[in-house]
Design a binder for this molecule. Sequence first.
Ligand code: PEP
Ligand code: MN
Length: 336
Amino acid sequence: MIIVMKARASTAQVSAVVKRIESMGYRAHLSQGEETAIIGVVGDDRPIDHSQFELLDGVERTMPVLKPFKLASRDMHPADSLIPLNGNKVGAPEVVIIAGPCSVESRSQILETAHAVKEAGATALRGGAFKPRTSPYSFQGMGEEGLALLAEARQATGLPVVTEAMSPEQVPLVAKYADVIQIGARNMQNYYLLNAAGESGATVLLKRGMMSTIEELLMSAEYILAKGNTQVMLCERGIRTFEKYTRNTTDINAVPVLKQLTHLPVILDPSHSTGKWEYVSAIAKAGVAAGADGIIVEVHPNPTEALSDGAQSLKPEKFAQLVRDIRRVAEAVGRQ
Ligand code: PEP
Ligand code: MN
């Protein structure tokens, strides 16, 4: 951190700041200019609450120098992290495609969808058993029965399973059935859940909160990484804006921004970010063109009867066409 003193700060005020820095175990680097003094704190000062210094007499403002996220940062880990998924490595040149229904609804629905997405070329199967619904009266998911059906679909197709855990208590249960634990947008800042997912050691797909900044997403990833779990993928799933023609606004910028800031793989969710199946394909392709390491798409054999998110779900034939299109976009941008 850099501390900028007020123009007329006294020598005594400058020394008091230097003393304070040293009393906390850091070195202070004083640069006395003609009008003002600037003091650099030498060392990793991220644990310090900067506002403590802003309250000291003679201090004008403080400026952080280090990024607040350490383990997620490319500064610490310049090479891309590669996360194994079904013989692929997420983050490697091959773009991964995770597909399936919003919710597991029945044995026939999940098996039919799993076979269809596998046939079309999906890397992994998605499907929620515990659903974070806005209304308590909406379908809440099949719970453990849904997890068992996902495991059966994996057995039948060989596709690894991505499914959500909503509370720390659910993590061991979900980890028992799933290959990847999803942390949903509404739970991105549920720090107990992040800690539990970190402790589980399972691969985690962390979705960006609909009202969270990129930095907040990275700070949430930092919780999982800080527990020693390096198997983390990030997901841009759209943010809330004033625009009403789509459910959310795809923050396509987040893809290259995240790829620059972090070594963790980035997945784009064009289903939740648009909310309408008509736009899913265009935005999925845009995500791959922008550098996403994969996409996660909702697919339902009969969207008009889906118990959740039917409006944004692709029918299997549309999904198969999307996979063909993505292949061409991937090749065009040097991916596979
Ligand atoms: C989902 O993946 O079905 C879901 C609920 O996503 P999000 O948390 O991004 O809203
Ligand atoms: Mn959904």
